[in-house]
Design a protein around this ligand. Structure first.
Ligand SMILES: [Zn+2]
Length: 945
């Protein structure tokens, strides 16, 4: 801990204590007063929270503090997510003596040895990190209402989640049945993004199997994503060196890779008869079930036994890999199937040749494949003559019948339609099947086992595939504010692909499924509408309501306003006044005004949050905003436990102090960008805050009572402008922009002011107080300290947003003087030898105003001599937008007065002495003939040594 961080920590502890004692962050509803209810995703207490969590919480805290200044009641609560496998798997690893996990926890999180031994108990582990994370959040200065804190295994919460699930079930959104899910073979349990290493969502996809059969009745099921190309197969591929098996599957004797047999065994009965190397099957002839043609099995080392079945069909006209591999063997046999505008008969061959691909190992084949697949899928049409290739082995009338079907649904159809048709046709006619697989493999369970796809028979699912439900979710996404705006398309895409999702597990902490024994609701399903629970839990406890009183009628009344209060009171034993107060509190705080989390939760949690809100609550209670922030890197690298570079939040607070850490997490990147946390930057921000501290103390201690000078008015105006920008930035969730203005740009203005005045005035104290309020959301502890020093009443945290007025004349004076300084510097003879600058001002501001419209005649009418009017119009045209609008809004502006007021500033900046004259004053000497050069807003300048 450095001297500087110690200073900030001590200061913060003092204010954290005072906030706590005064209950600053524990709001009660105040009817008629506007409110702002904001939440950030609660953490799993399976480790210490780090600066990545810290960033999300900070953004929520900044917004909540800002809205408090906008005179709203603000609620920012926090809970802890004990549910499911994220905690369980860590506890299991520790209990099993897993060296890596234990070392990580001791080294990165600093867990003492006597504690780590107890962490084999998941509940102990959760409680430990719960308390530790809570302490870190407090020390970080988050304005959280802890009176509403809960965990997801509290009995009240469980009653609430059970109510939610009964509601979903009654609305037909929970289904039971057969469905493929990501699955950990070791845990025998479905796994989602929060159960996997690196939180990777397993992408469950589907291969079409096509059964090619050899002369002995042995089936070679090829796995393909493009079944529509089956009529153009010229050969199959098998990896001669890989391990295969002969097995019974789907009523057949099949040859698949050993790995595929393992994966298939989670989707149906697989009985392995014997093992074999791939080369045993090379050279066999098999029959294409679609065309009846016999093709040969060739060897190919590019066939990956871990993908699909390890048996691949070859379609060289439309698959660049197949074309290149066959060409390497000196074989060219091409069967065209698909017409695509912009390509000839054999798109694969064409692209391979155009890209100059040399062999089947050329990495450019990936690119070629993407091009051909996407062109064919999006714009391709099956050729008419393809139907004639089908059923060559069938006797009449079967052959004509199958060709008639293919003519209707396949030939001449767009590729996407033809694909759906043939996939269904293969399954229905028993010539093929379906195999599920993890398409973004490998994905690992937190226990280290690679995930497979299991077809579950009796699983409970939330049916996010329900089209009417999807429609409502889309409606909410269209209505709500999403930061960043681009994320909206991610949400809509997620709504499109989401389907049934397993919502219960057979193990882990959590809430039992109310209607079926042995199931626990999993963690991404019990965390979708809990924001509503914050609004009621405090009063449930205050009224001493027991968990068994929290019945369906209770929640229906509280959340949905259903039933009469007397009736619900009679049936639950909860007093009517308690019911009313709880209902009122929910009604006051809901809907949620802002939901904050990292962007990794867009494809799961945040979308489920949208779905469940539209399913449970009436439209006026739907959430209003989502803020999804980017990642946090450390010194340019991704933080990971294995690299030991994870920075826990409490450690970061210790290293830099809370306010410097907050400033750094606010300033280093705008909300949606990835943030690279750098030690040097954090130290620089600590210096900056320290400089602000010293500067404000100086103002507080030296300010004097006096009539406001131009400089004082300028300061107030400049600060007023910055405050307006900061306010707009907070409103638009541009936290970085707000922080840069509040901590850096405002500071420069005060620095300049102090360099220009002998002593600050009381007006500067008012400006500084306003500034302190603007910085409070970012650096709240420092703000409180300075607020007191400046004589502020109460807490800075509770001060209303300041209403400073900008005086355009004062701003114009400063801009004018700065332009003059730039003009002097541009004079070629200006240099170290320049001792004196004589300035001649033209005081006819009314000419400048008249010239603003760009009309020379208007300037002449205002009294400007014709030779000046033309130059003046050009001058005004060349000025920046801000200055032009100031000229327009200012009635009277006297350059002589402005220069007199800012004379010390000009002299100091240029390192010269300054003399100012009215160009029309007869008594002034006309040095260098510069009198006549003076235009309004552009004085004549004479330099002398
Ligand atoms: Zn596992």
């Amino acid at each position: 801990m450095s001297e500087l961080s110690r200073f900030f920590i001590e200061l913060a502890e003092r204010w954290q204590r005072r906030w706590r004692e005064a209950g600053v962050f524990e709001p009660e509803p105040s009817f008629g007063v506007p409110k702002f209810f904001i939440t950030a995703a609660y953490p799993y207490p399976n480790g210490a929270i780090h600066i990545g969590h810290g960033r999300t919480y900070l953004i929520a805290d900044v917004l909540s503090r800002f809205h408090r200044h906008m005179e709203r009641r603000v609620l920012f609560p926090m809970g802890f997510h004990y549910t499911g496998t994220p905690i369980l798997t860590i506890a299991e690893a520790i209990a099993a003596g897993d060296k890596t996990v234990i070392e990580e926890y001791m080294e990165i999180y600093g867990v003492p040895e006597e504690e780590i031994r107890k962490m084999g108990d998941p509940l102990y582990l959760a409680r430990y990190f719960h308390e530790q994370s809570k302490r870190a959040m407090e020390r970080f200065g988050l304005g959280i209402d802890w009176s509403r804190e809960f965990t997801t295994i509290d009995p009240e919460y469980q009653r609430f989640i059970q109510w939610q699930f009964e509601k979903l079930r009654k609305r037909g959104l929970i289904v039971r049945g057969k469905h493929p899910v990501g699955w950990c073979p070791r845990h025998s349990m479905p796994v989602g993004a929060h159960d996997t290493k690196d939180d990777k969502e397993p992408d469950v996809g589907q291969w079409t199997l096509i059964y090619f059969v050899d002369g002995e009745g042995l089936t070679f099921p090829t796995a393909t994503l493009r079944p529509e190309t089956a009529p153009g197969v010229t050969n199959l591929w098998i990896n001669p060196d890989a391990d295969y098996v002969v097995a019974e599957f789907d009523g057949r004797r099949v040859v698949v890779s050993r790995d595929a047999a393992f994966r298939l065994s989670f989707q149906g009965e697989v009985k392995v008869l014997r093992e074999a190397k791939g080369r045993e099957f090379v050279g066999r002839r098999v029959q294409n079930p679609v065309t009846g043609e016999w093709v040969e099995i060739y060897e190919a080392r590019f066939v990956d036994p871990k993908v699909g079945t390890g048996v691949v069909m070859s379609v060289p006209a439309h698959a660049p890999y197949d074309y290149a591999a066959l060409r390497d063997m000196g074989v060219e046999r091409l069967i065209p199937l698909i017409r695509v505008e912009g390509y000839g008969e054999y798109p694969a061959k064409e692209v391979v040749e155009r890209m100059g691909i040399k062999s089947q190992t050329d990495p450019a084949l990936e690119e070629a494949t993407k091009e051909v697949y996407s062109a064919e899928y999006n714009r391709g049409v099956m050729r008419e003559e393809v139907a004639e290739r089908v059923g060559q082995h069938l006797p009449e009338p079967a052959r004509s019948m199958v060709r008639a079907v293919f003519k209707m649904f396949f030939a001449g159809r767009p590729v996407r339609e033809a694909r759906d048709f043939i996939a269904r046709w293969l399954v229905e006619s028993g010539l093929g099947g379906v195999m599920y697989d993890i398409m973004n493999k490998p994905v690992y369970c937190r226990c280290g086992t690679e995930i497979v796809v299991k077809v579950l028979e009796d699983q409970w699912f939330i049916n996010y595939g329900d089209p009417r439900w999807k429609e409502m979710a889309r409606k909410l996404i269209e209505e709500m504010a999403i930061v960043p705006g681009e994320a909206k398309t991610h949400f809509l895409a997620t709504v499109d692909w989401l389907d049934k999702r397993a919502c219960a597990r057979t193990r882990g902490l959590g809430t039992p499924l109310p209607w079926s024994r042995g199931w626990v609701i999993e963690s991404l399903s019990d965390s979708t509408i809990y924001m509503a629970f914050y609004t009621v839990i405090k009063k449930i406890r205050q009224f001493g309501i027991r968990p068994e009183q929290l019945t369906e009628e209770f929640w229906d009344y509280v959340f949905l306003g259903q039933g009469s209060v007397e009736e619900v009171a009679r049936r639950t034993g909860v007093p009517p006044e308690a019911l009313k107060a709880i209902r009122e509190e929910f009604d006051y705080w809901y809907p949620l005004d802002s939901r904050n989390s990292g962007k990794d939760l867009i494809p799961n949690h945040l979308t489920f949050f949208i779905f469940n809100h539209v399913a449970i609550f009436p439209r006026e209670k739907w959430p209003r905003q989502i803020v999804a922030n980017g990642w946090v890197l450390r010194e340019g690298e991704k933080m990971s436990k294995s690299k030991r570079n994870v920075l826990p939040l409490d450690k970061a607070v210790e290293m830099y102090g809370p306010d410097p850490l907050r400033a750094t997490l606010a300033i280093a990147a705008e909300v949606e960008q990835d943030l690279d946390f750098r030690d040097a930057e954090a130290r620089r921000n600590a210096q900056q805050l320290m400089a602000i501290y010293a500067l404000v103390q100086r103002i507080a201690q030296t300010a004097e009572e006096r009539a406001p000078s131009s400089l004082d008015l300028w300061l107030v105006s400049e600060v007023a402008q910055i405050l307006e920008r900061v306010k707009e930035a907070y409103q638009r969730v541009r936290v970085r922009q707000a922080a840069v203005d509040a901590l850096y740009n405002a500071k420069s203005v005060f620095d300049q002011y102090l360099s220009m005045v002998e002593k600050p005035s009381k007006l500067a104290v008012e400006a500084a107080k306003a500034w302190v309020v603007a910085m409070e959301p970012i650096a709240p502890h420092l703000a409180e300290e300075l607020w007191v020093a400046l004589g502020g009443k109460g807490f800075a945290a509770l001060a209303p947003w300041p209403s400073l007025k900008a005086d355009p004349a004062a701003l114009l004076a400063k801009r004018y003087v700065d332009m003059l300084i730039e003009d002097v510097k541009k004079i070629p003879t200006f240099g170290p030898g320049t001792r004196r600058v004589v300035i001649y001002v033209n005081r006819h501001f009314e000419w400048a105003k008249a010239a603003l419209g760009g009309d020379v005649r208007a300037a002449i009418q205002a009294g400007a001599p014709p030779q000046i009017a033309k130059r003046l119009v050009d001058l005004l045209r060349s000025l920046g937008e801000e200055v032009r609008s100031l000229v327009a809004s200012v009635e009277n502006f006297d350059e002589l007065e402005a220069l007199t007021a800012f004379k010390p500033y000009v002299e100091k900046t240029l390192g010269v002495s300054v003399e100012v004259h009215d160009a029309e004053s007869a008594s002034a000497p006309d040095l260098g003939g510069k009198k006549k050069a003076a235009l309004p807003l552009k004085p004549g300048i004479y330099l002398s040594s």
